[in-house]
Ligand binder design. Sequence first.
Ligand code: 13P
Length: 252
Amino acid sequence: MSRAENTRRRLVVGNWKMYGSRAFNAELLSAIQARWQGVHQAEVAVCPPFAYLQQAAELLAKSNIVLGAQSLSEYEEGAFTGEVSARMLADWQCRYVIVGHNERRRLQGETDQRVAKKFIAARDADLIPVLCVGESEQDRDSGKALDTIGRQLSTVIDAAGLESFRRAVVAYEPVWAVGTGKTATPEQAQEVHSFIRAQLGALGQSTRVLYGGSVKPDNAEQLFAKADIDGALLGGASLKAEDFIAICQAAD
Ligand code: 13P
């Protein structure tokens, strides 16, 4: 099936992580908006830190750039100090939310089961989860990359049901490629993306699968040329307007 025949609109998501300030964000968003006017084939989203969602929502109100968040609580509401619920994110006009980023799995102890609960919480609030999966360097070196990715994905499929992937996005982010400048080769990424689609069964051809991990303007085009790569989840490159727009243009 060609891209035009399915529902896989290209998508570029900027994950700002814990960077930014009111002044920096205003400058970045204004530079991005100035260069991303009118109608585009690719969809563009930015995920600022929680503290700046309202600022970003206001600045992006009249633009074609959509808002996402970097994480969420698995609970609807309650005594969970420091947490933010799916409903609150929807209230801030978020369309997307990143779930199971490897920094949260590794640094905040998020298990596959907890990631699955967050995915369900996002889905139930009509947010689009961007579910991150990816292997460590050790997994890859020992030939276990697909085992790890298969386990991360199947935990969510078992808990949420395959049907939930009709609206969800999957992002393949090899841990060894995130923030390291080492990108997966287009062939390595393609192999994993095709594996992810096979795991998604009947929905495999319509679910968007993004690649993330040191995507830069000079490698984006080769990655996007692969049949199963529908866009990118960007870290560092999303904080530089020039780089971000160049990658959005490559996806467009
Ligand atoms: P980098 O693009 O900085 O490698 O980060 C990728 C990432 O973690 C996006 O979620």
